[in-house]
Design a protein around this ligand. Structure first.
Ligand SMILES: N[C@@H](CCC(=O)N[C@@H](CSC=O)C(=O)NCC(=O)O)C(=O)O
Length: 283
């Protein structure tokens, strides 16, 4: 049985509670932190769980502070779980030199290159270790899990779902890095964490996974703002749309005039995403 996480702080919120926790992670070889919103319905029964993966530079509290999700999660009876975006304090050379690699930039993959491979195992952490901990220590239904996220985390959500067919009943993303192999953020991260072999990169690129696999996810909801400063160089949602069209993956890609990349955009469309997930998780 996994050791119980330690409570750092707890806050009453829309009839439920937001809690921040730390625990010793086997996958990441050290302490990891996460946040959880437990809705009021969980006092009576186990509830579905929706995992949220945040973007570059974020922590476990970014989504729970800025995402504006708790009011709807309370109404819909969804537990929200938000892990940190990387291990911290590993002490690897260069781990904090840039905001798009290392600390705060784990890319939700399992690194294969030293020294990162000993700690940066966020793929295993978010799809295996953390869900096992949540279903053991919280009133969560492990048979009803959804996943979503923003930017690096929006792409992480797509990849976690594609690499674990049938596992997540609902999937969505805000402004995901749609094709990391083809953009600077992704190329830098994949080269550092996975090495020079681009075949290894394909295993963590959502558009490549979609094209290569027969796995079809439940209908994807993806939102993107037109005033996002990262849209042209780093995000490229058109590549996700092309891949979905090529393989028959159902996708609702919504383009929103004037919205940027930040949490004013994310929180504006949060209710739509929670309803998208609840339609499946609560069915
Ligand atoms: N420091 C950077 C900006 C970093 C940034 O915009 N991070 C985004 C995610 S980007 C892709 O994963 C984010 O979610 N930030 C948190 C927030 O509160 O907005 C720069 O200098 O441009």
């Amino acid at each position: 049985m996994t050791a119980a996480p330690s409570l750092i702080s707890e806050h009453r919120c829309f009839g439920g509670t937001v809690g921040f926790y730390r625990h010793a992670s086997e996958a990441c070889g050290g302490e990891m932190r996460f946040g959880v919103y437990v809705p009021p319905q969980a006092r009576e029964r186990k509830v579905p769980v929706l995992y949220y993966l945040a973007g570059l530079t974020c922590t476990e509290d970014t989504f729970l502070i800025k995402g504006g999700a708790q009011r709807m999660a309370s109404e819909l009876g969804l537990m929200l779980v938000a892990p940190d975006t990387s291990p911290r304090g590993a002490g690897f050379p260069g781990e904090s030199d840039a905001w798009d690699f290392g600390v705060g930039a784990g890319f939700y993959l399992d690194a294969t290159q030293a020294p990162w491979s000993s700690r940066y195992r966020m793929g295993t952490y978010v799809t295996k270790e953390l869900p096992a901990l949540i279903s053991t220590h919280f009133p969560a239904r492990s048979d009803r899990e959804g996943i979503f996220g923003h930017s690096m985390g929006g792409h992480g959500a797509l990849v976690c779902a594609l690499r674990n067919p049938g596992r997540y009943r609902s999937v969505s993303a805000f402004a995901p890095i749609a094709a990391p192999m083809r953009v600077p953020w992704g190329q830098k991260a994949f080269r550092g964490y996975l090495g020079e072999d681009t075949e290894a990169w394909r295993q963590y690129d959502a558009t490549e996974l979609l094209r290569a696999s027969k796995t079809r996810l439940p209908k994807l909801l993806v939102d993107q703002g037109t005033s996002d400063k990262f849209l042209q160089e780093q995000l490229k949602p058109e590549l996700l749309r092309e891949a979905c069209e090529a393989v028959g993956q159902s996708l609702e890609l919504r383009i929103h005039e004037g919205y940027d990349h930040g949490y004013y955009f994310v929180s504006t469309f949060m209710e739509d995403h929670l309803r998208h997930h609840a339609a499946t998780l609560n069915a």
